[in-house]
Structure formats: structure tokens, C-alpha cells
Design a protein around this ligand. Sequence first.
Ligand SMILES: [Zn+2]
Ligand SMILES: [Zn+2]
Length: 119
Amino acid sequence: MDLFDKLKEGLLCPVCADIYKNPLNVRQCLHKFCLNCIEDYNRIYKKECPGCRAVIGSRRQLRKDECLQSLISSLITNTDKFNELENLRRQSHIKTDWMRRKNDIKTMLSKNLTRLIQQ
Ligand SMILES: [Zn+2]
Ligand SMILES: [Zn+2]
């Protein structure tokens, strides 16, 4: 893992697993989420922090994380594009894994077949 990968780990929102977009801090626990992620979670699911279940009574308990936002913008110029590429990369990982698995199964089958024929 290179330095950027390590850094990137710290820039991922625990809800959407993408790079933070408009990151917010929960005042009580300082957990961070994207603005949209925490708002959706609070509206659709529960008014609590998805990280530690601290109750979020009102929006005033969410504070913009300017510091994190500026760190992200200095590292990544286009967050949307970056997330898109990352998702593609993740998908292609899954794909190659599956291809490898399929090939493994094929070789296993053909080995068994040859053994059967030779018996
Ligand atoms: Zn998010
Ligand atoms: Zn929390």
C-alpha cells in the first residue's frame, strides 16, 4: 500500500465508502460523514450517528469539517470523477477474481475428467 492509498483510507466515508463529499462532523463523537449520507441516514433510518449510535437531536449537532474538506480538495481535484474511477477499479477487482475462480473450476474439472478417462 503506498502513501496515497493509506491516506485515502482515512478519507473514505463509512456510509458510502467513497471519498467524503461535503464532510460533516458529529459534535458529540467527532465521527465524520458526507453531508448527504448522514442526512439520508437520519431522515430515512434513525436520528443517530451511524458510527456509534450517538443521538443526533438536531442538525446543529452536525458541523462542517472545513479542515477535512480542504485536505480532500488539495489531494483530489474532482471527487466525483475520483469516486467513479475507484468504483470501476473495485468492480474490475471483483471481475478478475471471478474470472480466476472460473478458470480454477475449469482446470479442476478437466483434471478430474482426465483422471476418470485414465482409470
Ligand atoms: Zn458518504
Ligand atoms: Zn459517532
